[in-house]
Design a protein around this ligand. Sequence first.
Ligand code: NDP
Ligand code: KPL
Length: 312
Amino acid sequence: MKIAIVGVGAMGSRFALMLHKSGNDLVLIDGWQPNVQAIRQQGLQADFNGKAVTANIPVYSLEEVDQLQGYQPELIIAFTKSYQLDSAFAKIKALITPQTYVLCLLNGMGHESILKKYVDDNHLLLGITMWTAGLAGPGHATLFGNGNVELKNFGSEGKDFALKVVDVFNDAGLCPKYIDDPKYAIWRKACVNGTLNTLCSILDCNIGELGQTQEAADFLKTIIAEFAAVAAQEGVNLDQAEVYQHVDETFHGDIADHYPSMYQDLLKNHRKTEIDFINGAVWQKGKEYGVATPYCTLITQLIHAKEELLGV
Ligand SMILES: NC(=O)C1=CN([C@@H]2O[C@H](COP(=O)(O)OP(=O)(O)OC[C@H]3O[C@@H](n4cnc5c(N)ncnc54)[C@H](OP(=O)(O)O)[C@@H]3O)[C@@H](O)[C@H]2O)C=CC1
Ligand SMILES: CC(C)(CO)C(=O)C(=O)O
């Protein structure tokens, strides 16, 4: 499959390496110039479960997209940060034809309202991923552990292509699944990020260390309850016990050593976080629906305060 990956940081690198290895025709597009240069000069490199891997894949900066005139990817996979999605797609929209599909697996909520500006519902695939990734430096990812992908066509049509993507991802070892309800999956993943990413960043710890605290269980139950109260206003009825179990399992699973992406952004790279697409989105929605979200409010304010202190 002809695939363009827009946003080739940690996750974009993981998907690029796995999809390249299984024989797909890839083009990488990124907005971080040192990253583009490193990939162009040394290839896309990674420590992949302890093994050094390199892949030579064509890479372009967002400012070089005009060099891709006539290139028509069947699928564009978005792996920018949530707050970069709109500006990145504004720069690559010339690549999107009426036949192009866009897949968004970003953490957080509201991405479909951004992507609807660039692609119709029947060419938009939405979902989540539990794969992890880190970035040791420009063009060098650190990839370990296992994960999965859950996706579905957002519009009523597009299932045939979505199933084709599932087959391509299956061949790449990405453990995909065609799901019934992407909204449920996105809210459920947001609960994962709204607990693990935020608390690991606030407490300066990895997922397993968070799980060792006495307070972890209460943290999870309280935050998941707030997500569930707001999700219910949108017709998404989260099974809180199952979501709690899903998050709790990460404490002892093979991502226990992972520092969540928000931790990497805030504490490791002193970069802006995606808090406004996660707990911040729950806070804002709660205000619209008249649902109190004191914990999501405080967590969002704490992360914003840390962003200010770090000058991001
Ligand atoms: N990392 C993880 O383990 C997981 C992440 N996700 C989600 O996937 C999406 C992508 O996340 P992830 O790959 O971690 O994001 P990264 O920050 O690694 O990469 C996203 C983009 O940020 C830019 N960027 C990265 N590092 C720097 C830097 N040091 N300075 C300037 N720009 C930089 C790059 O270019 P550009 O400037 O063009 O953006 C890159 O394309 C997010 O929504 C995230 O929440 C989901 C599951 C797990
Ligand atoms: C790995 C995981 C699931 C931890 O929340 C994630 O989504 C992230 O790091 O952003």
